[in-house]
Design a protein around this ligand. Sequence first.
Ligand SMILES: NC(=O)c1ccc[n+]([C@@H]2O[C@H](COP(=O)([O-])OP(=O)(O)OC[C@H]3O[C@@H](n4cnc5c(N)ncnc54)[C@H](OP(=O)(O)O)[C@@H]3O)[C@@H](O)[C@H]2O)c1
Length: 286
Amino acid sequence: MKRQIGKSGRWVFAVGLGGMPLSIRSRPDRHHAAAVIEAAVESGVDFIDTADSYCIDDNDIGHNERLISETLRQLDTTDRVLLATKGGLTRPDGRWERCGSPEHLRAACERSLVALGTESIALYQFHAPDTTVPFADSIGALADLRAQGKIQNVGLSNVTRNHIDDALTQVPIVSVQNRCHVLCQDDIRSGLLDYCATKGITFIPYSPVGGGNGHKTLRDVAVLREIGHGHQCSPYRVALAWLLSKGNHVLPIPGASRIESITDSARAVDVTLSSQEILQIDRLAD
Ligand SMILES: NC(=O)c1ccc[n+]([C@@H]2O[C@H](COP(=O)([O-])OP(=O)(O)OC[C@H]3O[C@@H](n4cnc5c(N)ncnc54)[C@H](OP(=O)(O)O)[C@@H]3O)[C@@H](O)[C@H]2O)c1
């Protein structure tokens, strides 16, 4: 099962890897983290989501980008895997703060190019709109970076339909990355997920199995466990299969700090839910 990134002509396996758990405070050691990335690639994953801010604090910016790019080079798979990064957040003293000024985005992109060891980033996502900076100024900076060839494709994250429409007046947008999972269905119910399809934009659900802590709640949801029992698979795989059922433009990026998590998640492509099962899961967010 494959997904196209926007209308770029680049196709990837329908389940990606979210890199965040490999670089934040509870991260595994480097050897283990590399093994998780290797297991993902061996499972068919060829889309990895990262960000300059996936790190411990501002002294550690780029940790996740360096970890993933160096591991892919060691595995000799750099050309096969699409690495999607983000800019627009900072980590002062470990906090997450928005910073969407054109100056910051230009500098962040330069740092990401170095961290990723590339001359051009395949997909650069604006991490989150910054209410202290006009949105058009942030997007304008990304349009300039694209025109210069430093980034090939622009994506958005944590956005509304209005943001998408506004951004499209300045630059083609190939992807939208928002929080979306069985207990957080706002973008499905609002029509945003379908709207992305009409615009040829890939929808990338983040925290697709509930998030760093939320996944422990999600795995205990009785409906997911029962459906998983019927398909002889984990509730995680059911949750991901449900997202995949929402459209051919949906590309979930489950995080993992354990090998078992990503090898299980990748197998969600083999789970086909019935329309009755999909309806049961739709109702979980009522
Ligand atoms: N754009 C944004 O603002 C934003 C925000 C948050 C996240 N993200 C991106 O989205 C990615 C995913 O989100 P997330 O990491 O917050 O949450 P998540 O994907 O919902 O996963 C959280 C945790 O669930 C566990 N898990 C996942 N699949 C599993 C499976 N099949 N079996 C058992 N456990 C499983 C993993 O635990 P273990 O660690 O024990 O393996 C993982 O760390 C992030 O890595 C990041 O790339 C983006």
